[in-house]
Unconditional design. Structure first.
Length: 381
């Protein structure tokens, strides 16, 4: 029997309560827990709905505020870790499901498919779904790239959506995650990276289930919206460098289905609005950090100070840049944070213009092949 958890922060309460009802009506679900970042309006609305929902469905429904568990910015990591603690300390269920609170296409299928994977004996089931070719730019250029460079023999680079917030964990996995000091510490956006890494490190078997309808959440404006997430996700990878993990763990991926026209046509971010971010607001300190980058990248970024340039940031240039970042990036230095953002933006724009423009099928094929090429380069040293 299972616990379903929705971590949330300022979400639309109508969508969240609707998703709670969907979860409660699933026969495998014994209880639903909502973990709020704070006592915001959404929290109040959900708290008010709980007693009625409990009567209606005859199952416990709770809403709690996340505990301060970690050491970094208090964010999603504290929320998810609070849920792990609750699951272990307050319940004896076998499985815990996480779902983002803002999924407008949530249905019983999400829960059933995860349960089916766990019924087959997998320790972890992760949901994956089609995303626009210019969405998931942190996933591709930071997380999957980093996994390929650092752990090319493991299953990590091949996990479709390593930052996904929709997953099922069996009890031994929850226990292991919470025992890891690094997981407890990661209170920010880096939590998904830490969970993914830790489950592979401990050899848990992994199934990725495909949800064709996808998440249908809103996409981003200029890429500044993603700055904090980018920095925290990169720093999470960097903090794991040097850790050894097993090669070739058990990892199965359900074959995907056809992708809707809506996802194929969606533009993931505002390209025009993102261009000035390459050029604006360079400080002397930031300029001096260019020193440690490969010469072509350094020259390209220097040129950006007067005009947006990104033609230089191709696949090879990003590989070399990423290696330099792993060695030199300093999380607590705001100049480094700004430079990391600009470098990633140059890579994202380069990919958008040279690959994504050629169409959805080409772009997704390119991204998967790119990970393969990075894995091979990393193995050749
Ligand atoms: C990612 O890259 O996966 C982030 O969710 C932003 O889209």
């Amino acid at each position: 029997m299972s616990l379903v958890v929705f971590p949330f922060k300022n979400e639309d309460p109508e969508i969240l309560v609707g998703n709670v009802k969907t979860a409660l009506s699933h026969p495998r679900v014994e209880e639903v827990l909502c973990v709020g970042a704070s006592e915001d309006q959404c929290f109040a609305a959900v708290a008010e709905a709980c007693p009625t929902l409990e009567r209606q469905y005859g199952k416990p429904v709770k809403v709690i505020v996340q505990e301060r568990i970690g050491a970094l910015r208090p964010g999603k990591g504290d929320g998810m870790n609070t849920a792990l603690k609750y699951f272990l300390e307050e319940t004896s269920y076998e499985r815990l499901h996480f779902y983002d609170a803002d999924i407008v296409s949530f249905s019983q299928e999400w829960i059933s498919k995860a349960e089916e994977g766990a019924d087959q004996g997998f320790d972890v089931v992760r949901h994956y779904f089609p995303r626009a070719s210019t969405d998931a730019m942190i996933t591709w250029f930071v997380t999957r790239t980093g996994f390929a460079l650092l752990w090319p023999k493991s299953s990590l680079p091949w996990i479709e959506q390593p930052l996904g917030g929709e997953l099922l964990l069996t009890r031994p996995v929850v226990k292991r995650l919470l025992e890891e000091e690094k997981v407890r510490r990661q209170s920010d956006w880096g939590i998904d990276t830490l969970y993914t890494f830790t489950m592979v490190k401990h050899g848990f078997s992994l199934y990725e289930t495909y949800i064709g309808v996808g998440k249908l959440h809103k996409l981003y404006g200029a890429l500044t919206d993603l700055r904090t997430m980018l920095v925290e996700c990169f720093a999470a990878i960097q903090s794991l460098r040097g850790e050894e993990i097993p090669s070739f763990g058990i990892h199965r991926v359900e074959y995907p289905g056809p992708v809707s026209q809506e996802v194929r046509e969606k533009v993931g971010y505002n390209v025009e609005g993102s261009l000035p971010l390459l050029t604006e607001g360079w400080s002397r300190e930031e300029e001096s950090l260019l020193e440690v980058l490969p010469p072509d990248v350094r020259a390209g970024m220097q040129a950006c100070r007067s005009f947006p340039r990104f033609g230089f940031m191709d696949e090879e240039a990003w590989y070399a840049t990423y290696q330099a970042l792993l060695d030199h990036f300093q999380f607590d230095n705001p100049h480094w944070q700004r430079l990391l953002f600009r470098l990633w933006l140059a890579r994202t724009l380069n990919y958008t213009v040279n690959q994504a423009l050629r169409g959805y099928g080409h772009a997704l094929h390119y991204l998967h092949q790119m990970v393969g090429r990075y894995v091979r380069s990393a193995l050749q040293g």
